[in-house]
Design a protein around this ligand. Structure first.
Ligand SMILES: [Zn+2]
Length: 451
């Protein structure tokens, strides 16, 4: 460690800053902590809408680091008029985000702060029989920690905790405020982060949004810095036809077959939006930025009857220069036109519950984000790649609704939303080292004191 003094007039006492070698050595020693913490979070199964077990596990982990948590209870009535609100898929049900803040006992007026924001919810597992081992019984194999949510994104959350723990272990603390916001419902709507933003924007005391001047979201995109992300909207499309005995099939009207035709037509719209001349500039180099996914399909009663209904759950991407309302309107019109062309007797209903999430472009030239890139390079020896992301993240809330610089930067994961999801422990260690260096440089550090 090299002793470093701060300039005259600086109220912060001199401290010994960790070198990058110190950081790597200590992060290596923290691997058992990281495995244990991440295993506890993964074992606390937390599908969107039922995040409570992970919130409780996270609360314990934050408390172990001496951080007090504040529960921010989701109340959709408080945020439903916000343009960033998405129609919920689940009742509020008393669910809450956890916001923890490290506030230094003595804080320089000029000290800088950072908020780490991450989601606790995970996506459905799919058939358990496809998994090598039970998805909520985490295990390490060949340097990868497996389990649903290990990558997306409990691993990233653990990197932020480990970074803070490393400073504590050295008897240091960030000289500015460091926040940890663990949210619900990112995968369905993003309303969790919106609830915390709303609470911080309207707070009378305690934490306020202005306490922070940078936001990092450790989503698992392989140590890249996110430069842009697409918008995402969800649609539930129900077609009602006319049931009949299959012997007289042509007297009926088959909504499932109509649904297949509707989806084929939507793929043409997807291709139009992906055409080079229609692309947003941030996505010029991305192979296939706009994805329309038929995620669920339900309908029919019996093999020998023409079915009554078909309901399709769609997820559609769109570029950042299109509003969620406009994207939804264009896709809905395309569906209605196709259905009418197929047969005017088909009845179509479109319900837009779930993501109503505009895309955005991140300012990676902002000093905080440029510093994050520098810290990654110092920790790994290589400059980070930039990612124009074909998915949505909660970063949009900060980018579009606040003036805070924000990006996504988290560890390498594999099979997220798939089978045998896993996160790389080596990558988690690199990200942790980067985050330590970021806190040391951006927030500054000082000897840890207690009140
Ligand atoms: Zn995620």
């Amino acid at each position: 460690m090299q002793p470093v003094s701060f300039p005259a007039g600086e109220t912060r006492p001199p401290v010994t800053l960790p070198s990058m070698a110190d950081i790597h050595a200590h992060v290596a020693r923290l691997e058992p902590y990281m495995v244990e913490a991440l295993s506890a979070l993964v074992a606390a199964a937390s599908p969107s809408g039922a995040e409570q077990p992970a919130a409780e596990a996270m609360e314990r982990l934050l408390a172990e680091l001496g951080l007090e948590t504040e529960r921010i209870v989701l109340d959709s009535r408080l945020i439903e008029d916000d343009p960033m609100f998405s129609c919920p898929c689940d009742p509020d049900g008393g669910r809450y985000n956890l916001l923890a803040r490290h506030v230094p006992v003595r804080r320089d007026p000029g000290s800088r702060s950072v908020l780490f924001n991450g989601h606790l919810d995970v996506v459905p597992t799919g058939p358990l029989g496809l998994w090598s081992r039970a998805p909520f019984e985490p295990y390490v194999d060949d340097g990868w920690l497996h389990g649903r949510g290990a990558g997306d994104m409990k691993g990233g959350l653990v990197c932020t905790l480990a970074a803070f723990k490393a400073l504590r272990d050295w008897g240091l603390e960030p000289a500015g405020i460091v926040g940890f916001n663990a949210v619900l419902d990112e995968e369905n709507t993003g309303n969790g982060t919106l609830a915390t933003l709303h609470a911080l924007q309207n707070a009378l005391g305690k934490a306020r949004l202005t306490d922070f001047d940078a936001v990092i979201i450790p989503e698992p995109f392989g140590e890249t810095l996110m430069s842009a992300q697409v918008g995402v909207c969800w649609l539930s499309v129900t077609l009602t036809g006319r049931p009949a005995h299959v012997a007289y099939m042509h007297s009926g009207l088959n909504p499932i077959e109509a649904g297949i035709a509707v989806m084929a037509d939507l793929k043409l719209l997807e291709a139009e939006w992906n055409a080079p001349e229609n692309r947003h500039p941030a996505f010029m180099d991305v192979a296939h930025p706009i994805n329309f996914n038929l995620g669920t399909i339900q309908g029919g009663e019996w093999n020998s009857s023409v079915p009554c209904t078909c309901t399709m759950g769609l997820r559609c991407g769109f570029f950042p220069d299109v509003s969620a309302d406009d994207a939804l309107a264009e896709i809905s019109a395309r569906i209605r036109d196709k259905v009418a062309a197929l047969n005017p007797d088909l009845v179509v209903e479109i319900d837009a519950r779930g993501h109503h999430s505009p895309g955005c472009v991140y300012d990676l030239e902002h000093p905080a984000m440029a510093l994050l890139a520098t810290c990654h390079e110092q920790a790994t020896g290589v400059a980070p790649s930039r990612l124009a992301c074909t998915a949505t993240t909660d970063g949009r809330h900060f980018q579009l609704s606040t003036s805070l610089p924000v990006t996504n930067y988290g560890p390498l994961a594999r099979h997220i939303h798939g089978i045998d999801e896993a996160v790389s422990l080596d990558s988690m260690k690199r990200v942790t080292a980067t985050l330590i260096q970021f806190i040391v440089t951006w927030c500054g550090v000082q000897p840890r004191r207690t009140a």
